[in-house]
Design a protein around this ligand. Structure first.
Ligand SMILES: C[S@@+](CC[C@H](N)C(=O)[O-])C[C@H]1O[C@@H](n2cnc3c(N)ncnc32)[C@H](O)[C@@H]1O
Length: 280
C-alpha cells in the first residue's frame, strides 16, 4: 500500500493499492474510465457541522458524484452511496445509473430524543448498477441466519409463496437467507467497540467493518478494483485488503489517512498470520 501526499499530476493515472491524501474531485478525473468494479461512497451527508460535511445541496452534490461514477464503473459495476433518507430525492440519476435498492441501515440504539418529530433511526445505502444487470452479486457470501424455529420452519415449507405470478413453496434454506434491504443486524460502533480507531471517529466517521464487508463481498470478487473516494479512517480499504480486493482510496484529512494506512498495514499482517476476523 502506498500513501501519496503530493497533489496528483492531472495527466497521471490513479494506481491500485494507493491511498491519495487529496481532494476527491482532483483525483477522480485521474481514475481510469470503466476501470472500477465497485464504488463505495461514504462521503458528506450534509447534516453535521464538520467542515468536510458542509455541502450547499446534498442532492446536487450526489448527482454530480453519480455522473462521475457512471464513467468510472465497468458495465454491471455497483455503486453504494451512503446518506440520509432524502439524499437522492428530486434528482434524476436515471440517465447515469440504475437504482436497484435503497438499503435501510437501521440503528435501533440511536438516542431517540426528538420532541417534534419521529427521530431518524436509519441511514440509507443506495445501491446502483451501471446498466440493468449486476456483473457480480455473491448472495452465498452474504447470507444471514434464518431465525425460524423448527416447528415454524416446517409450517413455512408448506406455505405457498408467489414468484413471477406463480405459486411455489416457501423454502427454508440451511445456508441462510438473503439479508434483504433492511439491515438491523449490524450495529453502529460505540465508544466500546474494539475496532474504533478513536473517539473523534465515532458516529460521523467510522463505519463498522461488517457493514463494508457485506457490500464488498456482495458486489466484488477477489482481484477486483474497489474505489473509495471518501475513505475516512479506511474501513472499506482495510476490508478490501482482508478480502483480497484491490483498491483506490482518497481522503483529504491527513490524520484520517494516516489511521487508514495503519489499518491497511495491520490487515496485511493479519492475513500473513492467519488472524483474520471482524471485531464486534
Ligand atoms: C463519512 S466519512 C467516511 C468514513 C469511512 N467510511 C470510514 O469508515 O472510515 C467521510 C470522509 O470524507 C472525507 N471527505 C469529505 N470531503 C472530501 C473530499 N472532497 N475529498 C476527499 N475526502 C473528503 C472526510 O474527511 C471524511 O473523512
Amino acid at each position: 500500500m502506498i500513501r501519496i501526499n503530493q497533489p496528483l499530476n492531472p495527466a497521471s493515472i490513479a494506481q491500485p493499492d494507493h491511498l491519495y491524501v487529496a481532494d476527491a474531485f482532483d483525483v477522480l478525473p485521474c481514475c481510469e474510465d470503466a476501470g472500477c468494479d465497485l464504488v463505495i461512497c461514504d462521503g458528506p451527508y450534509g447534516v453535521t457541522t464538520n467542515d468536510w460535511d458542509r455541502v450547499a445541496n446534498i442532492q446536487e452534490f450526489n448527482l454530480n458524484l453519480i455522473k462521475i461514477f457512471s464513467q468510472k464503473l465497468k458495465p454491471g459495476g455497483a455503486l453504494y452511496l451512503f446518506g440520509k433518507p432524502n439524499c437522492i430525492d428530486f434528482i434524476d440519476y436515471r440517465p447515469y445509473l440504475h437504482l436497484r435498492s435503497k438499503i435501510v441501515w437501521y440503528q435501533p440504539s440511536r438516542l431517540a430524543q426528538g420532541r417534534l418529530n419521529y427521530t431518524n433511526n436509519y441511514d440509507i445505502i443506495c445501491y446502483f448498477i451501471k446498466g440493468n444487470k449486476p456483473k457480480t452479486y455473491n448472495l452465498d457470501d452474504i447470507r444471514v441466519a434464518q431465525l425460524v424455529e423448527l416447528e415454524h420452519r416446517l409450517r413455512c415449507e408448506r406455505v405457498p409463496s408467489v414468484k413471477n405470478g406463480r405459486y411455489g413453496k416457501t423454502k427454508f434454506d440451511d445456508r441462510g437467507k438473503n439479508p434483504g434491504d433492511v439491515w438491523g443486524d449490524i450495529k453502529q460502533l460505540t465508544y466500546k467497540s474494539q475496532e474504533l480507531v478513536g473517539r473523534e471517529a465515532l458516529n460521523t466517521i467510522q463505519k463498522p467493518e461488517r457493514l463494508m464487508e457485506r457490500l464488498i463481498k456482495a458486489s466484488s470478487n477477489e482481484g477486483d478494483l474497489v474505489l473509495d473516494p471518501f475513505a475516512g479512517v479506511g474501513t472499506a480499504l482495510a476490508v478490501c485488503k482482508k478480502l483480497g480486493r484491490n483498491f483506490i482510496g482518497i481522503e483529504k484529512n491527513p490524520e484520517f489517512a494516516e489511521m487508514a494506512e495503519k489499518r491497511i498495514k495491520l490487515a496485511g499482517k493479519e492475513i500473513k498470520q492467519g488472524l483474520l476476523q471482524y471485531a464486534e
